[in-house]
Design a protein around this ligand. Structure first.
Ligand code: B16
Ligand code: MG
Length: 234
């Protein structure tokens, strides 16, 4: 705790001088752009139910579990209440469509800047982990050629409470054997920044979360993370 937020792109809070031992990365929206696939697959389900679905709704799904995402999508549903079975069926349909898109990914879909940034942080002695709400995290990492890359992976299969609860990030720190206060978390979701903060981690926002100005620091691109880490160490 105790990481006051500052505004401005690429900003780092003043006077930060503590050392960090690890960086915990969110997956969807940070390491890869599977958020576009989430959008397309949720939209196809919403369209079939004649539910309005746009980027604003989609941004609320970032970092949120599949079933909680479905509840958000269904907020605008007009009709008879849906049974638990029907809801499970809709979530499964969405996931099947999403996995078809994931299946088409190859290591060529990994942004070279992500790989360079990860390698650079590792060469500085930092441990690297994933903290994702997704139950598809292992599959995504494998598709991107990162199956064995991270020192620890905590994902939606290991937790009972999704972001903004800190559980997934605390678990990642535990898997790494690093105190949460010595971890930096990189997130694209407001809920994820909230979770990182609740875990007592230094929070770095990118994408949608950076646009909203949340977090202790904001990035325009993932490559800026090496500078942020260097400034935190100086
Ligand atoms: P799945 P992250 C999250 O991943 C996504 O941002 C969120 O949109 C999705 O609903 C959630 O994973 C669950 O994903 O359906 O694959 O289990 O951003 O926490 O890496
Ligand atoms: Mg995300």
């Amino acid at each position: 705790m105790g990481h006051p937020a500052v505004s401005g792109q690429g900003a780092v809070r003043q006077g930060a001088s503590r050392a960090y031992d690890a960086v915990v990365f969110d997956l969807d929206g940070v390491i890869c752009h599977t958020d576009v696939y989430h959008y397309r697959s949720w939209k196809s389900v919403a369209d079939e139910l004649r539910i309005p679905f746009d980027e604003t709704v989609n941004n609320r799904l970032r970092g949120v579990s599949r079933m909680e995402s479905l509840d958000i999508v269904l907020e605008r549903y007009v009709g008879e209440p849906l049974s638990h079975e029907r809801k499970s069926e809709l979530a499964a349909t969405k996931n099947d469509r999403y996995r078809v898109m994931l299946g088409d990914m190859t290591p060529a879909d990994l942004d070279p800047a992500v790989r360079t940034t990860l390698d650079e942080l590792r060469s500085r002695g930092l441990k690297l982990a994933i903290g994702s709400s997704s139950r598809n995290a292992a599959f995504i990492l494998e598709r991107l050629g990162l199956g064995d890359y991270f020192d620890a992976v905590a994902d939606g299969n290991h937790i009972s409470r999704s972001k903004p609860d800190p559980e997934v990030f605390l678990l990642a720190a535990e898997y790494l054997g690093v105190d949460p206060s010595r971890c930096v978390v990189v997130e694209d979701a407001e809920a994820g920044i909230e979770a990182g903060s609740a875990a007592g981690m230094y929070t770095v926002a990118i994408g949608d979360a950076a646009e909203k100005g949340v977090g202790d620091a904001q990035l325009r691109t993932i490559a800026e993370l090496t500078d942020v880490m260097a400034r935190l160490e100086s």
